[in-house]
Design a protein around this ligand. Structure first.
Ligand code: FAD
Length: 494
């Protein structure tokens, strides 16, 4: 029987990024994908700076950066056009070296990730092949897959279900969904702008009109996203006709100035898999959690899963960490993604109001503040609350090389120890990479010092969260303990 270290079911963005992380760590990875082409329906339009950095480590960000644009603001306005709530991303690059917002086209990313994965010698990709069953045993999983040549089996130490919202792996594992009770039908339309127009607006708009809530969002240059909430009694068939779409777009743009590329009706919902791991079977991305798109964070959250899980699986398979480390995946990721989902749901509740009186009360409440105070910076996502020690949890900054190169890439999906001075580096590095800030003057070292305070060193996890700050030797000791137990800091002491 064919053998692999990790079998990934599903080659969406999360499966592809995870595949690259594993393959680049020297792990043998096999990915099965039931379709032959990347998913053609309109989906993600926004990526945040942290996600761009993680996708860059998987070979996917350059293609996006070459074909994306930032948002100047994200605004929630009522039917009359009054501002209810707004976010203005900071204009400069984030400390990760990437823009706060990148409006993009999801298939561009998926194609780039697939190319990066295909270039890895230890990765094997099977398109048109579905995972249809598995049995879990003491040493791993025996998976049943089905493709054009019929059914066959693959033995893998771990199976990761990156197979999206309808996850077969989740169903086969008997894992239920915890539903946050948000379930709204929306028509999503991707349009191509005609006559060389690159954008209709730089503003992402939530038009909070109870008569028809609408989202209008720039995507990659030359593309624009529209989303229209279905009203009580409307069916997908009736809102998806050309005539219906033109009529819905008309109040916002001339329908003749664009062509509809893709249309789909989705139910926006918020659900979490009850368990993200069952023996040698793990769920990541939409298979583990789904949120409504009002924060533009579903794919971003899946990329964080891939980064969190990728280095851990590689470390366990290579014998550098105990299997217990895998127990930290859900506790580290779930609170983060729940937090974001709650924000997305509360934004969704503002937008999805279809009752006139409720909308009027909403507007009156939100407009009590002066307009300037209704604007905020891009919402700050919380850092990592477990899997870190004192001084840890923040997203680590990134150096920017003098010629604009990205030293972050060369560090790969590995931990590294940042020291203020080369002389502070410990004699016994335990195989850890060292970044000495005194050797990188003028390359954006200030954000590192801001996080380190007076500490001589900072340890950064492979997924680019700060593990902790302190003396180099004690950081290395704490890291070794975390790899053994999957517990760190207060958590380890408890
Ligand atoms: C309208 C809309 C707007 C969105 N906007 C944003 C946004 O702006 N920003 C953002 O970050 N996110 C956004 N998202 C969410 C984002 O698109 C998803 O979170 C992301 O695509 C999930 O990636 P994934 O790899 O987990 O799953 P998917 O992309 O769904 O990939 C799963 C893959 O698994 C395959 N598969 C399924 N079953 C099997 C099987 N049994 N065997 C083998 N293969 C299988 C499928 O064919 C598919 O290719 C949006 C979503 C929607 C619907």
């Amino acid at each position: 029987m064919e053998k692999t270290d990790v079998l990934i079911a599903g080659l969406g963005p999360v499966g592809a990024a995870l595949g690259v992380y594993l393959a680049r760590s020297g792990v043998k990875v096999t990915v099965v994908e039931k379709t032959d082409e990347v998913y053609p329906m309109p989906r993600a339009a926004h990526l945040d700076h942290e996600t761009m950095r993680l996708l860059d480590l998987a070979g996917g960000a350059e293609a996006v950066a070459g074909n994306s644009q930032p948002l100047s603001s994200y605004e929630f306005r009522n039917a009359k056009g009054d501002l209810l709530l707004g976010f203005r991303p900071r204009a400069a690059l984030a400390d990760t070296g990437w823009p706060y917002t990148s409006m993009f086209h999801q298939p561009t990313l998926e194609i780039a990730l697939r190319e990066a994965l295909s270039a890895e010698p230890s990765a094997s990709v099977r398109l048109g092949v579905s995972l249809v069953g598995y049995t879990d045993g003491p040493d791993g999983v025996t998976a049943e897959i089905e493709g054009p040549d019929g059914k066959t089996q693959i033995a893998a130490r771990y199976l990761v279900g990156c197979d999206g919202g309808q996850s077969t792996v989740r169903r086969l594992a008997g894992i239920g969904l915890d539903d946050m009770g948000f379930d709204e039908p929306w028509l999503v339309i991707d349009t191509l702008l005609k006559n060389g127009t690159t954008r209709l607006s730089t503003i992402g708009l939530q038009h909070c009109d109870p008569a028809r809530p609408v989202t209008s969002m720039p995507m990659a240059p030359g593309r624009h996203r529209w989303e229209f909430m279905l009203l009580e009694g409307e069916t997908p068939e009736e809102v998806m006709t050309d005539e219906a779409i033109d009529a819905m777009i008309a109040p916002f743009a001339d329908p003749k100035s664009l062509s509809v590329e893709r249309r789909a009706v989705y139910r926006f919902h918020a659900v979490f898999a009850e368990r993200w791991r069952d023996g040698h079977v793990i769920l990541a991305g939409d298979a583990a959690h789904q949120m409504p798109p009002f924060m533009g964070q579903g794919l971003c959250s899946g990329a964080r899963d891939a980064a969190n899980l990728g280095w851990k699986l590689a470390a366990v398979i290579k014998g550098e960490a105990d299997q217990a480390l895998l127990d930290s995946f859900q506790p580290e990721r779930e609170p983060h993604v729940r937090d974001i989902t709650e924000m997305a749901v509360s934004m969704g509740r503002i937008v999805c109001t279809q009752d006139e009186a409720e909308a009027a009360a909403r507007d009156a409440g939100m407009m009590q503040k002066p307009e300037a105070e209704r604007f905020d910076a891009t919402p700050t996502l919380r850092g990592m609350a477990s899997g870190v020690i004192e001084g840890g949890g923040a997203v680590a900054p990134s150096l920017v090389g003098k010629a604009g190169e990205r030293p972050d890439r060369a560090l790969g999906m590995s931990p590294f120890l940042v020291v203020a001075k080369r002389a502070d580096a410990p004699a016994d590095k335990g195989g850890m990479q060292i970044v000495a800030l005194d050797e990188h003057e003028g390359e954006g070292v200030e954000p590192f010092f801001a996080l380190m305070g007076d500490a001589p060193a900072m340890l950064v996890r492979p997924d680019r969260y700060v593990f902790g700050t302190g003396e180099p030797a004690s950081l290395l000791t704490a890291w070794a303990a975390y790899l053994k137990t999957g517990r760190a800091g207060m958590q380890a002491a408890a």
